[in-house]
Ligand binder design. Structure first.
Ligand code: HEC
Ligand code: HEC
Length: 303
């Protein structure tokens, strides 16, 4: 602030205070104790005998005005108000914000430092840790995986007993930190409609269901040729490739013959966005413990 504006503000502010003081003292007349003459009036009369009393302000009322002036002056000494003068407390919005932030950071760091020393199962049994994790999940993950982590079509159910990319703590931490890009190729052109139908029937039977045995038998041969490289000889998947287990009841894109045929025809490229730049390693460890804990609660069955 330039000297001119500082002076301008100081003169204006203090001038106002002084003016208020003058106004108060000039109107605060003493009560006239002249009982015989009766109360003083303003001198106006209406309708012949209607007069207006001219009483001074009550003392306590006046006192409040003086007090507010004292308060105002005190405030101007302690806090910034007079131009560039910073006040004896050296208060500023920026200072206050910085102070509150560093207090919050210190208490946050203390909480996270406690979690750093705990392994996944200890975290899962710590109510405060899981409370923090639930909050992190709601803010960062629920929009895709659902508030309860049960997912939706295309978004994995994290309470499942099997994870597509692997369920041990380190793998889940890697999944969350780096993200995942699944690459299920499109087989429509290679297999044709018939071939797709046959292999879909075969995949359908892998989870213990019976479809059309004749088609499934044809499909088995196609599966052995085109699919085992990723989904494995027995169809149980390969976590390193993110190729899901096709023998369980958990389906990312649907387990009906039609859904399976659509997956096989068009391929699928599910993407889990990496979180490493948004969350700290300790937050990610907490989340990994939380989502794998979901599996134990619900026994991993997807409806
Ligand atoms: C190159 C490796 C690879 C090959 C070969 C492959 N898949 Fe996949 N498959 C994947 C991956 C990875 C996914 C997961 C896609 C995702 O998460 O978006 C997947 C997903 C699927 C799914 C969806 C499962 C679900 O839960 O919804 C089906 C069904 C499937 N594959 C069937 C097949 C069949 C049948 C073949 C052979 C014709 C085949 N796959 C060949 C890698 C492969
Ligand atoms: C923008 C949507 C989105 C957000 C946000 C998201 N995810 Fe995912 N996540 C996905 C998708 C899609 C997949 C499946 C990728 C695939 O097809 O392989 C996935 C996969 C996963 C997997 C692997 C599951 C398996 O079966 O291997 C885990 C674990 C996971 N997410 C945890 C999280 C956590 C924890 C968060 C929050 C920090 C999160 N995700 C945020 C979309 C999301």
């Amino acid at each position: 602030m330039t000297v001119f504006w500082t002076t301008w503000i100081i003169v204006l502010t203090l001038g106002n205070v002084l003016f208020a003081l003058w106004l108060l003292s000039s109107t605060a007349r003493k009560k006239h104790g002249d009982a015989a003459a009766g109360p003083e009036t303003t001198g106006h009369t209406w309708d012949g005998d209607l007069a207006e009393y001219n009483n001074p302000l009550p003392r306590w009322w006046l006192g409040m005005f003086y007090l507010s002036i004292v308060f105002g002056l005190g405030y101007l000494v302690l806090y910034p108000g007079l131009g560039a003068y910073r006040g004896t407390l050296n208060w500023s919005q920026a200072n206050q914000w910085a102070g509150e932030m560093s207090a919050a950071r210190v208490s946050g760091d203390r909480i996270y430092a406690r979690y750093a020393a705990m392994d996944a199962s200890a975290l899962q049994h710590d109510p405060q840790a899981m409370q923090t994790a639930r909050h992190l999940f709601a803010v960062n993950c629920a929009q895709c995986h659902g508030a309860d982590g049960h997912g939706a079509r295309g978004f994995p159910n994290l309470s499942a007993a099997n994870y597509q990319w692997g369920r041990d703590p380190d793998t889940v931490i890697q999944t969350i930190t780096e993200g995942r890009e699944a690459a299920m190729p499109a087989w429509g052109e290679v297999l044709g409609d018939n071939g797709v139908r046959q292999v879909a029937e075969y995949v359908y039977t892998l989870s213990g269901r019976t479809g059309e045995p004749a088609l499934a038998r044809e499909g088995q041969a196609l599966f052995a040729t085109y699919c085992v490289a990723c989904h494995g000889q027995d169809g149980r998947g390969t976590a390193a490739l993110g190729a899901p287990n096709l023998t369980d009841t958990v389906w990312l894109y649907g387990g009906s013959v039609a859904s399976i045929a659509e997956t096989v025809t068009k391929g699928r490229q599910g993407q889990m966005p990496s979180q490493g730049s948004r969350l700290t390693p300790i937050q990610i460890r907490l989340l990994a413990a939380y989502v794998t804990g979901l599996a134990e609660e619900s026994n991993g069955q997807q409806p």
